[in-house]
Design a protein around this ligand. Sequence first.
Ligand code: PLP
Length: 390
Amino acid sequence: MEEALRIQNLPPYLFARIDQKIAAARAQGVDVISLGIGDPDLPTPDHIVERLVQAVHKPANHRYPPSAGTLGFRRAVAAWYQRRFQVELDPRSEVVTLIGSKEGLAHIALCYINPGDIALIPDPGYPVYAVGVMLAGGVPYRVPLREENGFLPDFAAIPAEIAHKAKLMFINYPNNPTGAVADEDFYRKAIEFARKYDVIMCHDAAYSEIAFDGYKPLSFLEIPGAKEVGIEFHSLSKSYNMTGWRIGWAAGNARVIEALARIKSNIDTGVFLAVQEAAIEGLLGPQEVVQQLSKVYQERRDLVVDGLNSLGWNLVKPKATIYVWPKVPKGFSSAAFAEFVLDKTGVVITPGNGYGEYGEGYFRISLTVGTDRLVEALSRLRANLGHVEV
Ligand code: PLP
């Protein structure tokens, strides 16, 4: 029963490993506070749940869905882009429904990567980009996101011979895990780079709706020329607390969307029709829920950043996402610090090296627990760490 080479070197998913550690600590009676995975703790808004309940009773919704998604859902995506970003999309040719954006991010490499081909991957970055490339037989080339560059890739520092060989590049703003955001100038550079080297730019915008202090993240597709060179991945998971529902989309360049839809139509059969109906309600229904959600995360962000800064950190408040990305204290590696914190305090943080080698020296805190638990986590850190040097 020998496994294929493609999975022999595939580690278990980062959070599968962390889940094992949590289970072991809980089995020993530890009151674990998990600031690990970015899975929203708050429920899906009622009007979306209600729409699902109605949709589930319709027998027509019990059948196979069209693999690329219903035209109704794709129209809702186009209408949402128009309203939110003033971006025009043809729902028939420029939008494909995904079983969560993770699925599309993993499958896009199958469309463009031949064995040995290069894809440019942000490091630190969401692990799925690199794994998708490796499963397609490609080689991820890790582009460092350095703090001194605002955690943006430096396009000029990517060697020309690598850029010439690259087929795809993944970018992600607002960024997981760093919380960094990108401005128009950055996206212009990304488009210029994609044109120059004939690279398909894949922008992951999963966190575009979770932003603070009045800041409104951009869509890559707002920038002139974006649709000629790439696509944007998106999802209802974080904006509407719908991680378990598994629905997202990719939008943009029609040729790339068609390729992704073709691969998908041969692998999966789309998203449950009732979930697509409920997702339409999410995208077209009242949007105050999204603003309220950002307010909740903003409060938590303030609590965590102020709390850590009072312990000796020197963090700037992130403008978006559900993450805080501090440096580990002097003398610790990322893994050693995460282990130390779990052992001493029962608080789970994600070691930065889980997101790539350039994540070493950092850890990620997810703001997906209530303020009472965040206060408790901070007080346990204070009791066990005292004042830290970073
Ligand atoms: N992209 C990023 C950067 C993420 O952090 C996540 C999930 O945490 C996803 C995509 C996937 O989200 P989903 O598959 O639920 O749409």
